[in-house]
Design a protein around this ligand. Structure first.
Ligand SMILES: C[S@@+](CC[C@H](N)C(=O)[O-])C[C@H]1O[C@@H](n2cnc3c(N)ncnc32)[C@H](O)[C@@H]1O
Length: 307
């Protein structure tokens, strides 16, 4: 298995037309920081230094209300892939592992949908979990419901190679454009076929009014899910997220709560990458968001659709 950061860095730099070649072979000496790759071109220095401003832009966008992020900007997406994506892989792995006795058993094919999936770090976490804990699943059909097509590039060029690195089964990813905070949402018929529906790290992107519409739309989507389907919600550690999930759980019918709302810290299971640590982040500018996260603190809940 190849180092995930090596794949991530090489694929992202390819997308930005600034090819780098990482060679295995350094000495890993600093505890917690992977130093095994070497780079023979200076491109990586220029590229990561240039992306600092985009990491800061993202950090500021996520701190402000309402959140406005220009995901059409490929450099913004590259900054997301290097500074957020790695930390959003493991929460779903953790959530599934805690509930491993009750879900994803006895099926060979999994139909899974991701609301606001973006580049799908949660699919990386899910396939990683399946490849270790649920070897019965050999086919995964994925549908992403997102408001923009821009992430298609990162999904096919970065996320898919990351998954192929360790998931030996088949998977295919389809995407549907949907505005989750549009009052006139039309619920895709795909929802009826899903075994699992995931909503990760998307609630906060809605305004207060948008969150109310989102809640109504999630109830409509819930009503379309088949009996036995599982809805997994994972989102950031904010008070309004916990009340949103509580309200939603109370508002939906025909349910069994498999996992009551819970808050956990999920430590990043990968060592930090030397290149990202040294050339993208800057310990003296933590207040600008230029620091590696130790992991993600998330609220999460799992709800089963009953007949
Ligand atoms: C912070 S990203 C989270 C992406 C991914 N779930 C993760 O954990 O990394 C928020 C996602 O919500 C999507 N999004 C924003 N507004 C949306 C809307 N109105 N309807 C559907 N998706 C939306 C964005 O395109 C983006 O992919």
């Amino acid at each position: 298995m190849e180092c995930e950061y090596k794949i991530l860095l090489e694929k992202i730099t390819d997308l930005l037309e600034s090819r780098i070649s990482l060679q295995q072979g350094g000495d890993a000496q600093t505890v917690g920081i992977c130093e095994v790759c070497k780079c023979e071109t200076p491109n990586i220095d220029y590229l990561l230094a240039g992306l600092k401003d985009k990491v800061i832009e993202l950090w500021q966008a996520y701190k402000n209300y309402p959140i406005k992020v220009d995901y059409a900007d490929r450099y913004v997406r590259a900054a997301y892939m290097l500074s957020y994506f790695p930390y959003y892989i493991h929460p779903i792995y953790h959530v599934l592992n805690v509930n491993r006795n009750s879900i994803l058993d006895k099926i060979e094919e999994l139909n899974v949908g991701f609301l606001g999936g973006g580049a799908l770090p949660e699919l990386v976490g899910l396939t990683k979990y399946v490849s270790i804990q649920k070897k019965n699943i050999i086919n995964i059909n994925v549908t992403v419901f997102d408001s923009t097509t821009h992430w298609n590039t990162e999904r096919s060029s970065v996320t898919e190679p990351l998954i192929k690195n360790y998931y030996p089964g088949n998977f295919k990813i389809e995407s549907t454009i949907v505005n989750l905070w549009d009052k006139k949402i039309s619920v895709s018929s795909t929802i009826k076929r899903l075994d699992v529906l995931v909503l990760q790290n998307t609630i906060n992107e809605a305004t207060d009014e948008g969150k109310e519409i989102l809640k109504m739309n999630l109830i409509k989507i819930w009503n379309e899910l088949a009996q036995g389907a599982i809805f997994i919600i994972i989102d950031l550690n904010y008070a309004e997220i916990s009340s949103f999930i509580n309200d939603l759980s109370q508002s939906i019918i025909n349910k069994e709560i498999l996992q009551e709302l819970r808050k956990d810290s999920v430590t990043n299971a990968l060592p930090r990458c030397y290149f990202i640590q040294d050339k993208l982040f800057d310990p003296s500018r933590e207040e600008d968001g230029l620091y590696p996260r130790g992991g993600a603190r998330s609220y999460w809940s799992i709800i089963l659709k009953k007949g």
